[in-house]
Design a protein. Structure first.
Length: 253
């Protein structure tokens, strides 16, 4: 969903506007309901407190989901850098020509992986993906041919290291695709709108409390923004910095 890909530009103002409108609608209804007609205020307050508590729990649970995915992406970036660095060293076991070719390919491959983490544009990401796939095929061919001609444990070690390099990229890509389900967002936003409506409906002096009713929508919108920002790897303000790959790249040169 495009709104979740741009949390600062789209999700924050839209969610705030929707919840503020719900709160004001509740206040508008409260202003037109005679005070003596609300004879179940205590029960309503209990339901309101339960709704707000449940909303807080769901927001906290969703934030935990986003944070877990963020930590997973960071860990996979570290594993990817370790796999590339290990295979670069293991290239010494290859014949001279194949070793030099493998190292050159690994340097180019590392540069593409760094670009992957720093790119926001979809067209550039597709170009990086195509380039990465091509380099992976060339890397596999660079170690496959020597291993086929010289079947020994040392060659198997080099092939195993290259397999780790290729697999680590796949795990990273899967982690970047693994985001909070859209259905969870819909349910959470619906509950937030309902809670804000109930807060507005419970206002004792709706005309004086209109500005105060903006506090809860603003706070919840900030929470939504933070969750979506952490959960949007390429579009958010909080992003994964490939510090391990950046540290590795100079040593490969």
């Amino acid at each position: 969903m495009i709104v979740l890909d741009y949390p600062l530009l789209l999700l924050l103002p839209l969610s705030f506007a929707a919840m503020a409108a719900a709160a004001w609608l509740g206040a508008w209804l409260a202003a037109r309901t005679p005070t003596d007609a609300i004879d179940t205020r205590d029960d309503f307050n209990v339901i309101l407190a339960a709704t707000l508590t449940l909303l807080g729990l769901i927001i906290g649970f969703t934030f935990s989901m986003a944070l877990t995915r963020y930590d997973q992406r960071k860990n996979l970036e570290e594993e990817e850098a370790n796999a590339i660095g290990t295979e670069y060293v293991r290239a010494d076991f290859l014949p001279a020509g194949a070793a030099e070719k493998t190292r050159a390919l690994l340097r180019d491959y590392t540069s593409e992986r760094i670009r992957f983490y720093g790119t926001r544009d979809d067209a550039t990401l597709r170009e990086i993906g195509e380039r990465t796939t091509k380099l992976q095929a060339e890397l596999w061919a660079a170690v496959r041919d020597p291993a086929m001609s010289q079947r020994d444990p040392v060659s198997a070690l080099v092939v195993s290291g290259m397999n780790d390099v290729l697999n680590s990229q796949g795990y990273t890509q899967a982690a970047w695709w693994n985001r909070i389900p859209l259905a969870a967002w819909i349910l959470m936003v619906a509950m937030a709108i309902c809670a804000n409506f109930m807060v507005g409906r419970n206002a004792k002096n709706p005309k004086r409390e209109l500005k105060l009713l903006l506090v809860l929508p603003f706070v919840v919108a900030i929470a939504f923004f933070l969750i979506a920002d952490i959960d949007a790897p390429h579009a958010g303000v909080i992003r994964i910095v490939p510090q391990n790959l950046n540290a590795l790249a100079p040593s490969l040169r």
